[in-house]
Design a protein around this ligand. Structure first.
Ligand code: HEC
Length: 117
């Protein structure tokens, strides 16, 4: 009986640990990008084709609310950080590929900015 109790206690502790670790990782994922830097990068490179303040298509689709929606505006793929980063690096559908123009940090900065739209 005591063995079972301590086993259950251990499991509960493990669960709590896993939950806080997950929360820490999620928090970190949000904190890595600098939205102010991302805003600048967007203004320099993306803004000629993408509106940040509407969903209206200019040359590319307006990106307002990108991360608040479930589907990517042009391709209807599910919205995720990975899909947006891939779009930036590989382009497609008339958008140029930016390849290695951006460092991992700059990609995170762009994502942080896009999350604010
Ligand atoms: C020369 C114009 C141009 C530039 C510059 C450009 N894009 Fe695009 N972008 C497009 C076009 C055109 C599409 C539509 C692609 C399609 O129809 O599949 C697009 C699509 C997108 C999409 C939606 C993709 C989807 O799956 O729906 C995102 C997100 C995006 N661009 C982000 C960016 C970001 C961030 C930058 C700056 C780093 C950028 N774009 C620069 C033209 C551009």
């Amino acid at each position: 009986m005591t063995t079972l109790k301590s086993l259950l206690l251990a499991l509960a502790l493990l669960g709590a640990l896993a939950t806080s670790l997950t929360a820490a990782v999620a928090q970190k994922g949000k904190a890595t990008g600098n939205a102010a830097t991302g805003r600048q990068l967007f203004a320099e490179t993306c803004a000629p084709c993408h509106s940040a303040t509407s969903k209206t298509t200019n040359i590319g689709p307006g990106l307002q609310g990108l991360f608040k929606g479930r589907k990517m505006p042009a391709t209807n793929r599910p919205v995720s950080v990975a899909v947006v980063k891939a779009q930036i690096q590989k382009g497609g559908g008339g958008m140029p590929a930016f390849g290695s123009k951006y460092t991992a940090q700059q990609l995170d900065d762009l994502i942080a900015y896009l999350r604010t739209l």
